[in-house]
Write a protein that binds this ligand. Structure first.
Ligand code: CAA
Length: 290
């Protein structure tokens, strides 16, 4: 083990790229575990909105007496926001949770590889882009790994930890331990399109959208069938709205491109909604109105 690797065993400052619903959730759980957090976004207003979302979530936990007010304030005070990616130089571990667009993520990883000291692990919260392709943007592919959180991050117990072809055992075990430190249960997946979670979840959601498209059932009935018939906490259409329809479409495209199999064809209705800007909860309208 070289010195750089030893240094990485203790992560004190955790970097999060992106302050959207995944980024701010990840920042919250990292700060709640006692780490200092630097959360970046491209615009100050986005970063502030992300920080405000963390504050609101923590307040809810205080109101429900799950944490004390002092703890809530301490957690929030550990999150610093920035619009300057160079600030990631201070982080011991960075996870990227930017929008699910390949070129965007590639650019971020090229920048992070330049900015972060060589021992720093670069994780990605990508929901389906191959880890190997992201790792290939850097000179440290052995330190690139998938760290895929579920939405809403503070509530969901799972983190899918994805090994790229070059990911080292050291990187894997540090990431696994971090997930546990965050109070999550990690599960290991290999680098195939959609990994495990979205390989299984997204075709189900896409099929539910086909049911709506072909008038097999109304949206409420489709969701009721899956909620009450299969005991899912929410129906697939409501879940698609929670995830974001643009993200659902991006994941289906990745599965379709990756496997070249028509069973992953995105439903035309999903595309139509995304083109209309109906992205689910975040835009106020998806299958349901918010
Ligand atoms: N942030 C923080 N906490 C939240 C929250 C949010 N956005 N939404 C709900 N909660 C909390 C509530 O405050 C509540 O907490 P308490 O139990 O302490 O009171 C708890 O979660 C339950 O919430 P509700 O009672 O309001 O509603 P619910 O019981 O229906 O739970 C839910 C809401 C947790 C979202 C639940 O419906 C659920 O588990 N849905 C499925 C979510 C899912 O499948 N996520 C994975 C999506 S796939 C993904 O993320 C990966 C990808 O790549 C696309």
């Amino acid at each position: 083990m070289n010195n750089g690797e030893k240094k990485n065993m203790t992560v004190k400052t955790f970097g999060v790229i992106g302050s959207g619903q995944m980024g701010n959730g990840i920042a919250q759980v990292a700060a709640a575990s006692g780490l200092q957090v630097v959360m970046s976004d491209v615009k100050q207003e986005f970063a502030e909105k992300g920080l405000a979302a963390i504050g609101k979530n923590l307040n809810r936990l205080v109101e429900k007496e799950k944490i004390s007010q002092a703890d809530g304030q301490a957690i929030l005070s550990r999150v610093k926001i920035t619009t300057n990616l160079e600030d990631m130089a201070a982080a011991d571990y960075v996870v990227e949770a930017a929008t699910e667009r390949e070129e965007l993520k590639f650019g971020i990883f090229r920048e992070l590889d330049r900015i972060c000291p060589p021992h720093v692990i670069l994780g990605t919260n990508t929901s389906s882009i191959p880890i190997g392709r992201i790792a290939a943007q850097t000179d440290r592919p052995e330190k690139v790994i998938g760290m895929h959180f579920m939405n809403p991050v503070p509530v969901m117990k799972l983190v899918e930890v994805i090994r790229g072809l070059a990911t080292s055992d050291e990187t894997f075990s540090i990431t696994w331990q971090l997930c546990e430190k965050f109070g999550k249960t990690p599960a290991e997946a290999n680098d195939f399109p959609g990994f495990i979670a979205n390989r299984i979840l997204m075709p189900m959601i896409n099929e539910a959208i086909f049911c709506l498209y072909q008038s097999v059932g109304k949206k409420e009935d489709i969701d009721t069938v899956m909620k009450l018939g299969m005991n899912h906490p929410m129906g697939p259409l409501a879940l698609a709205d929670l995830i974001g329809l643009d993200t659902c479409l991006a994941i289906m495209e990745t599965l379709y491109d990756g496997f070249k199999d028509s069973k992953y064809r995105p439903c035309p209705l999903l595309r139509k909604y995304v083109e209309a800007g109906w992205l689910g909860r975040k835009s106020g309208k998806g299958f349901y109105t918010y």
